[in-house]
Design a protein around this ligand. Sequence first.
Ligand SMILES: [Zn+2]
Length: 270
Amino acid sequence: MMGPQHALSGAATWLAGSWVAAQFFDYPQSATTIAVGAAVCAGGALLPDLDMSGKVTKGQGGSTVSRSFGVASLFVAEVIEKISVGVYTATKLSKDPDRHNGHRTLTHTLPFAALMGFGSIWLCTRYGRWAVIGILFFMFGFALRGLFDKWADRAGWVIVTITSGAAAYFAFNFLPSENRGYPMIGLAVGVGCIVHLMGDIVTRAGVPILWPIPTGRRMWRMIGLPDTFAIEAGSKVETTVLRTVFTIISLVAGAGLLAPALLKRFDIEL
Ligand SMILES: [Zn+2]
């Protein structure tokens, strides 16, 4: 899937999950917390594609997320891609094909999702305020790129960077303190990464979802849908059907979450 759909699927999953948590598990959240969680999950759902580099010196190419912060993030993507192909080559088994590009390897695994999620919680609890603002800053930047891709392209990375920084600062001040807010950030990052993997599994190329469990002398078996069912990346089905489905889920879940608070505020009883 392409960046915008990944981000939207992350937001939709978080909103739907928050609605389920509020309805069935007696876990209500404030509107701000839900919004922050959805944005972080949308950003997290782009994180795995930070292994898709472009032309750093020209500031071109790369995935949506690699372009988030201009040349700086393109450079990071280049480094991550090289590390990924290195890990692939070092751990591949006899039946795994040779690779010269690390896209859809290391960052497209469940251990990576766990590392990002628990790593974020650890950073937040260990370093507090600035770690929280830092993580929010990156996730908001990614989310802006994904959810408002046309705007972000027009605005450019400077505006995206300033907007993300300001949003991260204000969001920090609204978040519930340590016990509840910090694990929530990590959970949203981790869930976002997993949602990304699910989004890539429905394409033909697939992802190495089993890694690091070897199967039939392959460590990096790409699991994806068979050709007949597979969704082609960037195809009409993806950009129209899936986009509409994710938008509807987000809107319905969002309405379900906000309705009780609104009814209460205006003293309406059902
Ligand atoms: Zn991907």
